[in-house]
Write a protein that binds this ligand. Sequence first.
Ligand code: SF4
Ligand code: SF4
Length: 359
Amino acid sequence: MIYREYGKTGEKVSLLGFGGMRFKNVDDHDECVRMMVSAAKGGINYFDTAPGYFETRSETVFGKGFAEMRKLGLPYYAATKTFESTQDGVRREIEAQLKRLDISTIDFYHIWCITNLDNWETRKKNGILQAFRKLKDEGLIRHICISSHLIKNEIKELLMSAVFEGVLFGYSAYNFQTRQEAFDAIREKKLGAVVMNPLGGGVIPQHPELFKFICREGEDTVTSALRILWDHPEITSTLVGFDTMEHLEQALRAMEGYKPRIPAELEEVKSKASASFEGICTGCAYCDNCPAGIPIPEYMDAYNQKLLNKNYKDPVGDRLKWHWNLDRAGAGKCTACGQCESACTQHIDIINRLKEIAG
Ligand code: SF4
Ligand code: SF4
């Protein structure tokens, strides 16, 4: 296992992390604990969950896993999150979380899921930062972190505000282009950087042919998708939501014999994404200046799910709602001026896709 320092905290975190959002059967505590212990024995020490994963049951099973790891002397960091933003709300939430997690301190506590900068301003006004600082002073949390779905300059602006020790965000070979600005801020502010959805929410294993460009000879797509993230020196840990022991073992095997690319090689691979993704939005955001105020990259990402992702029941609607906090109606504001289509690097018929989304 490779360990990297989480920003300026001095904490040495495993480059492969354990995400608690995809257990195949979260109520099978014995099996979930067995997976967590096997992960820890394989060198994983970063375990991330959230109150919203399986309606708090992921935190409960993590509590059992942590207790077993303590018994066995296996080290771990506990990471979780809160949507609450008021002092009272955060206090109520963390008290329940500490009980479920069966610990007295949360190592990495995240202000959860900032989907737009207005939302961040509202949470700040509610007193979220004061609440987190108080928890830190009291020793209930150790590090103040943020999780966000923002892209491009917005995520950079958020991270440059210099109030966090680390960030959790989605990043993978599927969306290389959307978060390069986040890396600028991570470098400048020396932040810990944990990435989620390293397999593009399932898109990458479902379409090995599209992602051939990331594979070295003899590598399978999942191994390559993880390794190419590990090639980024800014990334501290890569969270995989393990559903079964088999997937855990596959990810641990990807770590064995991993040889990092040099930066020039990494950039060369990343530059091949556009050519491979014909007709698919890459999130480059060259179109993102719509006079009607439509966040086009987000809507086109949702449309991508229809083309690529079998994991959603309603791919476009679910992605808009759960990932971007948007609705279909917003796509109906398009006046068909054509400005975005002239700018689109992937030559996507954005106007028609928006029409289809709006219904
Ligand atoms: S065509 Fe529609 S989505 Fe594109 S820039 Fe014009 S109004 Fe915005
Ligand atoms: S320009 Fe095209 S590929 Fe780039 S974000 Fe916009 S729709 Fe997607």
